[in-house]
Design a protein around this ligand. Structure first.
Ligand code: ATP
Ligand code: MG
Ligand code: FE
Length: 336
């Protein structure tokens, strides 16, 4: 059973063909990084235009590469939200046109459910589980009692982890998006700059990264004013240590409190080597099975949308041709 899935929520145009929600037949990802790089962030209007230019040939390429004929497809899936409205609309319109022309059911997918279920493309999931979602726009601990039932037990009160990475990278004059550059600097650095950790209330699963970001910016400014600039490596290492420690400790506390059988890592920041290493160490100590997506499935891609779409397909939960893109779509409400 093949689902053709489309993802255009931000600055990647991607189309995948996924078999039974678990096997990738094709997963074409066209990144717009070069378009947005010189602006230091995603420019929404440019993102939409790029999606329009690319979507048709990427659909064709995905079909070609998969060896699956349009007549063999069982459904069309697309990211409904959250994301940039103009970017989402391109994928949604393309998906509706395909579904109408091929007379196939449509499945509207939550982008973060996609990030979480990227794990289903490589792992066997066991419920209940807890997922640590760390991406460009989200930082959440999600309790998933059974397949497709999402409960957010903690989230960021200000910046998302990826957003904090990108802002600190910008202050260090690193290219956009800066997460991977900070990650690399942190791995290579010797000394780490001492920085605070935002634990919040002792029983809270929420996160906060804006205080840490401010601490980095003011340390950089003060050092510059003294004419003794900080070593970027020590800043990257200190920043990463603070982010990772809080993420890992709260995730493990949630796993224990909710009796989770597995901890799933998800989202673009799941590609972070420091986070993956620290989670692996702490999960091994605590005897918690840790599932991480392969690097290529951490950042935005359509295969993960095809994986999540399968949950709805199995339950016959389809969307009508007039469903709307939702920039602020709720994960909990998307539950099956
Ligand atoms: P969302 O999924 O919340 O809508 P998004 O789709 O824009 O946001 P993703 O594609 O999931 O975000 O992730 C992109 C983010 O991941 C960027 O902020 C980027 O810097 C960060 N990132 C990617 N690789 C790494 C890494 N190795 N270390 C830290 N951050 C990383
Ligand atoms: Mg992106
Ligand atoms: Fe994403």
């Amino acid at each position: 059973l093949y689902i053709l899935a489309i993802e255009t929520s931000c600055d990647e145009t991607s189309v995948a063909i996924v078999e039974n929600g678990t096997i990738i037949k094709a997963n074409i990802v066209s990144s717009q990084i070069e378009t947005h790089e010189r602006f230091g962030g995603v420019v929404p209007e440019l993102a939409s235009r790029k999606h329009v230019e690319s979507i048709t040939w990427i659909i064709e390429e995905a079909l070609e590469k998969s060896g699956v004929a349009p007549s063999e497809l069982s459904a069309i899936a697309v990211t409904q939200g959250p994301g940039l409205i103009g970017a989402l609309l391109v994928g949604v319109v393309a998906a509706k046109a395909l579904a109408y022309a091929l007379e196939l059911p449509l499945i509207a997918v939550h982008h973060i459910a996609g990030h979480i279920y990227a794990n289903q493309l490589v792992h066997e999931l066991q419920y209940p589980l807890v997922s640590l979602v760390v991406s460009g726009g989200h930082t959440e601990l999600v309790y998933i009692e059974s397949e497709g039932n999402f409960k957010i037990i903690g989230q960021t009160r200000d910046d998302a982890a990826g957003e904090a990475y990108d802002k600190v990278a910008r202050a260090l004059k690193l290219p956009y998006p800066g997460g991977p550059y900070i990650d690399r600097l942190a791995q290579e650095a010797g000394e780490a700059l001492a920085l605070p950790r935002a634990w919040l209330e002792s029983d809270s699963y929420d996160f906060s990264f804006s205080g840490l970001k401010s601490a980095v910016l003011s340390a950089l400014n003060q050092a510059n004013m003294k004419g003794q600039p900080l070593d970027p490596g020590s800043v990257a290492k200190g920043f990463q240590a603070s982010v990772v420690e809080v993420l890992v400790e709260k995730a493990l506390r949630a796993v224990k409190a909710y009796g989770a059988k597995q901890l799933l890592l998800a989202g673009g920041v799941a590609a972070n080597q420091g986070l993956r290493q620290q989670l692996a160490v702490r999960c091994a100590e605590a005897n918690v099975p840790l599932l991480t997506p392969p690097l290529g499935l951490c950042t935005d891609n359509a295969a993960m949308i095809g994986a999540a779409a399968y949950l709805k397909f199995q339950r016959g939960q389809f969307s009508s041709l007039d469903f709307k893109a939702e920039p602020l779509l709720s994960l909990e409400e998307w539950s099956v």
